[in-house]
Design a protein around this ligand. Sequence first.
Ligand code: GDP
Ligand code: MG
Length: 236
Amino acid sequence: MVIIPTYDEKENIGPLLEEILRLDAGDLGVIVVDDASPDGTAEEVERIAAGRDDVRLIRRVGPRGRGLAGREGFLAALDAGADRIVEMDADFSHHPRHITTLLAATEVCDVALGSRFVPGGEDAERAFWRRGITVLANGYIRLLLGIPVGDANSGFRCFRREALEKIDPATLRSRGPAIVQEVLFRAHRRGLVLREIPVVFTDRKRGDSKLGFRQLWGGYVAVLRLRIGELLGRSA
Ligand SMILES: Nc1nc2c(ncn2[C@@H]2O[C@H](COP(=O)(O)OP(=O)(O)O)[C@@H](O)[C@H]2O)c(=O)[nH]1
Ligand SMILES: [Mg+2]
C-alpha cells in the first residue's frame, strides 16, 4: 500500500498515480490523503478512483498538516490490512520507479529509507540553498538524536507492517513535516532494523513547495523537543 499526502497537487497526482499503478509490484493499492486542497486535488483523485478499488481517497477536514495526513494514511493502511506500507510525496521528487527497490529491501530490514546520501543516491536539480539546508539539517538530526543514517529527512520510505505497528502511528505527535523525523526516531529507538536505499530526488516541476521557512524552523524545534522529551523520561 502506498500512501501519499497531498496539498494542492492537482497537476501531479494524475500522472503520479498512473506511474504507480503501472509498476510491476503485485497488487499495490494507493491511499491519497488530501487536506481539502483548494485546487481540486481531491476531485481529480475521485475521477481517477471511480470504478476501481486500488485507489482510495481520504478527505481530511479540520486543521491541515503533512504530519496529520501522514498519520491518518498510516492508520488507514494498517486498517486495510497492508503487509508493506510505502510513504511518498506527490510531486515526483520521489520517483515511483524506486518503490519496487524499497519494497524488496524490506525482505531484509524493517524499514527501508529512500536516501540521497548513500552511493547511487542523488539530490538532483534542487536549488543550492535547499541542498545546503538538507545537509545542515541531517548533521543536526544525527548529532541530536544519534541516529546513524545519512538521510534523515527523506519521507520516501517502506515499512513492514509489524514495523509500522511498533512505531504506533496513532500516538505520533507531529502535526507538520517533522513527522518524518519523529517516525525515524521511534523506529531507531524501538530497535527496528533500518536500511538506506539509494534514490534520486528531483525538484518538483509542477505546483509549489509547501515547505516554507516557518515549517523548516518548526521541524528543527520539533526534533529538539523529541530529544528533550526523551531526556525527561518520555518514551520515544
Ligand atoms: N495532506 C497534506 N499534505 C501536505 C501538506 N503539506 C504538504 N503536503 C504534501 O506533502 C508532500 C511534501 O510537501 P512539499 O510541499 O513537496 O515539501 P518539500 O518537498 O519539502 O518542499 C507533498 O506531497 C505535499 O502535497 C498538508 O498540510 N496536508
Ligand atoms: Mg516536494
